[in-house]
Design a binder for this molecule. Structure first.
Ligand SMILES: CC(C)(COP(=O)(O)OP(=O)(O)OC[C@H]1O[C@@H](n2cnc3c(N)ncnc32)[C@H](O)[C@@H]1OP(=O)(O)O)[C@@H](O)C(=O)NCCC(=O)NCCS
Length: 156
């Protein structure tokens, strides 16, 4: 194990204290980032808000809405310098466990057609493309569709 890291990475609930760091990571990770206020509103709304932490580093964060036996993933981000190392996959497995513990019957998410890394990850985890939301996301010169994906969460 690296001498730099004293602990394993772990998931914990998001706090107000995280807002500045998350807004900075989102700014680095997306052309159209969430603001500090978007994250604050998510916490205040009681959404399922998680931080992936390793020692003092925030590796990533996610916001999920749990309602009416459904889980809706609103944001999942791995900080750019931690991407491509299995963190996104581990985070998704954590969120699926949270959704199952809530007794959600399915998880839904939206993804840009151009986001091939995220789409591949979701597909490998069993999400199916179920619909397209036209002109959903902003892009520099207009709008881009969203692909809506769903994974059913059968319960024993
Ligand atoms: C999408 C995102 C959450 C994935 O997290 P990650 O930690 O980078 O991805 P992982 O390392 O867990 O890899 C997941 C899969 O994607 C693939 N992948 C990862 N990086 C890749 C790359 N640069 N090119 C091609 N495939 C890649 C891998 O094949 C991997 O599959 P595997 O588990 O079978 O090996 C992360 O890249 C991210 O935050 N991106 C910016 C924000 C974003 O797009 N969020 C999602 C919005 S819907």
């Amino acid at each position: 194990m690296s001498a730099l890291f004293k602990t394993e990475a772990y998931f914990r609930p998001m706090h107000e204290d995280d807002l500045d760091v998350m807004a900075a990571i989102d700014y680095a990770a997306y052309p159209f980032p969430w603001t500090r206020g978007n994250f604050g509103d998510s916490i205040a709304s009681g959404y399922s808000c998680w931080v992936y932490q390793h020692d003092e580093f925030i590796l990533g964060y996610a916001v999920m809405m749990l309602a009416a036996q459904e889980a809706h993933l609103l944001n999942i981000t791995v900080a750019p310098n931690w991407q491509g190392q299995g963190k996104g996959r581990a985070f998704m497995l954590h969120l699926l466990e949270v959704a199952r513990n809530y007794a959600a019957e399915a998880m839904f998410l939206e993804v840009r057609p151009t986001n091939t890394v995220a789409r591949r990850l979701y597909h490998k985890l069993g999400f199916d493309h179920i619909a397209v939301r036209k002109d959903y996301y902003p892009i520099p010169n207009g709008r881009e569709d969203a692909i809506i994906m769903r994974k059913e969460l059968p319960h024993a």
